[in-house]
Design a protein around this ligand. Structure first.
Ligand SMILES: Cc1ncc(COP(=O)(O)O)c(C=O)c1O
Length: 458
């Protein structure tokens, strides 16, 4: 074990392949179903809005997929990312545990999102696509895709959840700085947007609804536009695995191996990217790591949702997937961790929680900000509100070690910084944040709208 604080890899040590968990899943995933026929999707249907290289990655069984050279070149602007031992936090908590964190906030837009944005823009460009359409919640994903599209000379159309569009203008301006267009969702540019606006002209929007708009904009473009999703899909999780692959090398430099691996989970991409290489070590090489996904108590998909079939979007134009869901019509409260407000969860993450290989837990937003502020005071970085969920559970585990005297090794993913989220911190400091109980009746109502699926004979 070393006495270092930060573990840095050389550029030449950056992994050259992503890890594809399809190769090691305990059971294969159910295929996605067509939103209307409710039968397995055809490649033609998926190709109407998704670049074909990404569809091939979704079903590939190769354990490793090479990262194309032009993608690696751009990754080098911020990768390999640093890995820290949180010694000052350990001292503040008076814990015998060793706490480590991987820091993805050093990317140009301040989060893990460009790991997949750059890859998706690269494949789109290769296929002659002109513009990528997408959704964004608090704007992290929109800024990442806007940056990536600009680097590959592609147009970019971002549908941003209306409440964030109004309350968080700064990321919106970052998106336009990169040359992309951004629209408040629901918008009047799509049929699904107009439908929701007719029901409620002040609709706050939701990630699921912005997804519907992005897909429709691509499907009605005559093939010039394709849709790009920032989380949830197998290829997005795949591109994020560079985080965990680097972390494995850095843990080796530190001379330790984690007993507990933690990530926050919205659609599941930073969690999977960080954790899946550790899941592989658990499934294939007998490691005994506990792997924990943390979600908001206000949007408790994994801890209070059902493992069933549901549409991946609110407007029912996206495929139906087997996953944990709160019901596609569930509109979560406007909590500050905007990136975690999504009714579903990535099918891979859902299946591994369902099979017991991954644990899930939920934290109230007050607890997450308490943790984020304690972390900022000890380590200096002001974390993204989403990342505070991972920090909160890492700190709880470290405090339990203080009580039990155990010297566990805890590693979490710090998925981004919170520099554009200071209004959330301001509200917290002004005592305006409240504990928020998930609305059981709203979820019950939303669960009545999940589809009846007869495939595969269920
Ligand atoms: C910093 C940060 N962390 C986490 C998330 C949650 O997304 P995912 O679960 O796909 O990692 C987001 C989403 O916007 C984010 O911006």
């Amino acid at each position: 074990m070393s006495d270092q604080t930060k573990y840095l890899l050389e550029e030449r040590q950056m992994p050259t392949a992503w890890y594809n968990i399809n190769a090691d899943m305990p059971a294969p995933l159910m295929p996605p179903l067509h939103p209307e026929t409710k039968q397995p999707v055809t490649p033609e249907y998926l190709a109407s809005f998704t670049p074909t290289a990404l569809l091939a990655q979704d079903v590939s069984q190769e354990q490793h997929i090479e990262i194309p050279e032009p993608v690696r070149d751009i990754y080098k602007l911020w990768r390999p990312t640093p890995f820290f031992r949180a010694r000052r936090l350990e001292r503040a908590l008076r814990t015998p545990a060793h706490i480590y964190y991987k820091y993805e906030g050093v990317s140009p837009v301040g989060s893990h999102k460009p790991n997949t944005a750059v890859a998706q823009a690269f494949y789109a460009k290769q296929e002659g696509i002109k513009t990528l359409t997408t959704e964004t919640g608090a704007g992290q994903w929109g800024t990442a895709l806007a940056m990536a599209c600009n680097m590959f000379g592609l147009g970019c159309e971002v549908y941003m959840v209306r409440i964030s569009y109004q309350q968080k203008p700064y990321r919106r301006h970052v998106i336009t700085t990169y040359g992309a267009e951004v629209f408040a969702s629901p918008s009047d540019r799509t049929e699904v947007g107009r439908r929701f606006l007719a029901e409620d002209p002040d609709h706050p929007g939701s990630l699921g609804l912005a997804v519907s708009e992005g897909i429709e904009a691509a499907q009605t473009s005559g093939g010039t536009k394709k849709y790009s999703l920032g989380s949830f899909l197998p290829h997005v999780l795949l591109h994020q695995t560079i985080i965990g692959e680097e972390t494995l090398l850095q843990m080796e430099m530190a001379g330790e191996y984690p007993d507990i691996v933690i990530g926050c989970a919205g659609g599941g991409s930073n969690f999977a990217g960080f954790a899946f290489p550790f899941v592989r070590e658990k499934l294939k090489h007998g490691k005994h790591t506990r792997i924990i996904a943390v979600e908001p108590a206000a949007c408790p998909t994994l801890t209070k949702g059902s493992f069933t079939w549901d549409w991946a979007d609110a407007g029912c134009v996206a495929p139906i997937c087997q996953m944990y869901t709160l019901g596609h019509s569930f509109i979560p409260a406007t909590i500050h961790a905007g990136g975690l407000r999504y009714h579903g969860m990535a099918p891979h993450v859902s299946a591994l929680v369902h099979s017991g290989h991954i644990e899930a837990t939920a934290l109230d937003q007050l607890a997450t900000f308490e943790a984020g502020v304690a972390f900022a005071k000890a380590e200096g970085i002001v974390p993204a509100p989403e990342s505070n969920h991972a920090i909160g559970v890492a700190m709880n585990e470290a405090v339990q070690c203080r009580e039990s005297g155990e010297k566990k090794v805890i590693a979490f993913n710090l998925s981004g910084h919170g520099h554009f989220d200071m209004s959330a911190y301001a509200d917290y400091q002004a005592g305006k944040l409240e504990r928020y109980e998930y609305p059981a009746e709203a979820i019950e109502r939303a669960m009545q709208t999940v589809p009846e699926v007869t495939f595969p004979g269920t």
